[in-house]
Design a protein. Sequence first.
Length: 105
Amino acid sequence: MKALHNGAAFAGIAAETITSGGYGLIQVYGYHSAVRVRSWTGGVPAIAKGTALACVSAVFALESYINYASATSTLTQLNVKFAGFALAAQASWTTKAIAAFISAL
C-alpha cells in the first residue's frame, strides 16, 4: 500500500518578524504585500496572477500547485488545502516575495 499524502498544516503568513521560540502576529485572511512563494517543484505551473497557492512541501513558502493530480494507482490520495492566490507573477523555483491574497480560514 502506498503512503497517503495528507497535505501540510497552514496557519497563515507571519505579519512581522518572529524570533525563534517567540510569539508574533499571523495574518490568516486578506491582502498581503510580501508573501514568500516559489513555483512548484519542476516549475510547473509557473506563478501568474490568479494562480492558486498551497502549502505543499516542508518549506517556508507557498507554492503554485496543479489543480488536478495524476494518480499512479487507486491507493494514491492527495489532500491539499489551498492557502490563497497570487496577485503577481513569479516563475522561478527560488523563493520571492510577491503580493497575494491569503485564505487560511
